[in-house]
Ligand binder design. Structure first.
Ligand code: PHE
Ligand code: CO
Length: 284
């Protein structure tokens, strides 16, 4: 698309990808030849640092599936991952230049296509970037797409997104994405573990989300979650916990239309608001 880039997501800067090379549906080719030795080295070092701290912090389903990404020493070829992913759950990853607008994003998910950014952060951004890069998208999101129940949840979320767009409820629904797919915690064998991609791709937030006494941790509840605003530039102040991916799937199977109606006119919760009375919007 030859137009000026629009701001996607909640950042106030334009996205940094090259959108001119994208097709109508925002997908493009992974330009694998263009990666430099330094790019591959950045991926390798991020992979090593993050995989070393998974035991005891990450969901077992994630740990088990991680090797299916293939190459660790270099940025994998997406086609290589797709050969295994298609066979496992019928999902595939598609390349995008960066964040894309809501409706095309939902459309891809509804068709079992997960958009993965192909560029990688610069070495000086090793610990933190605002926009998702290939390390966040691949390492954080793709392993759980090998899990059949989680994979179905993400597709249903895409369909739900298209419906939310028709109902003007994208903001509410996107909070569910944020607090599950990006920053979700799960209880496994009585212990807390992370399954959200934003946590799993972050060296600092992984131990923080599971162990720190600071944040609030609540059981996932649809209305509460969809009322809770979030911060994109700091560790989360609230995490929502599920008991299993099946529970997450079952919980979200219901028709959200009455939920969106119920949410209208209800005050939002600030990112760190505690239950039951701190609505956050009216803090003096
Ligand atoms: N069941 C939801 C609806 O009717 C769609 C949805 C599914 C939303 C899974 C999120 C996750 O809108
Ligand atoms: Co993400």
């Amino acid at each position: 698309m030859g137009q000026a880039p629009v701001v996607y997501g909640q950042s106030d800067r334009p996205p940094r990808g090259d959108y001119a090379r994208a097709r109508e549906d925002y997908t493009c080719e992974q330009n694998w030849q263009a990666y430099s030795a330094q790019d591959h080295d950045t991926y390798h070092r991020l992979y090593q640092r993050q995989s070393a701290q998974l035991p005891g912090l990450a969901s077992q389903a994630f740990i088990d599936a991680l090797p299916l990404l293939g190459a660790k020493e270099c940025i994998p070829r997406f086609d290589d991952i797709n050969q295994r992913l298609r066979r496992a759950t019928g999902w595939e990853i598609v390349t995008v230049p960066g964040l894309i607008p809501e409706v095309p994003f939902f459309q891809l998910l509804a068709n079992r296509k997960f958009p993965v950014t192909d560029w990688i952060r610069k070495p000086e951004e090793f610990d933190y970037i605002v926009e998702p890069d290939v390390f966040h998208d691949l390492f954080g999101h793709v392993p759980l797409l090998f899990n059949p129940v989680f994979a179905d949840y993400v597709q249903r979320y895409g369909e739900g997104g298209l419906k939310a767009a028709r109902l003007g409820a994208c903001e509410q629904l996107s909070r569910l994405y944020w607090y599950t797919i990006e920053f979700g915690l799960i209880r496994e064998g009585g212990a807390l573990r992370a399954y959200g991609a934003g946590i799993l791709s972050s060296a600092g937030e992984l131990p923080y989300s599971v162990r720190s006494p600071q944040p609030q941790r609540l059981p996932l509840e649809l209305l509460r979650t969809m009322r809770t605003r979030y911060k994109i530039d700091s560790y989360q102040q609230t995490y929502f916990i599920i008991d299993s991916f099946q529970q997450l799937f079952d919980l979200t199977e219901q028709d959200f239309t009455p939920l969106y109606q119920a949410l209208q006119g209800q005050p939002e919760f600030a990112a760190g608001a505690s239950m039951p009375d701190a609505a956050g919007t009216t803090n003096p």
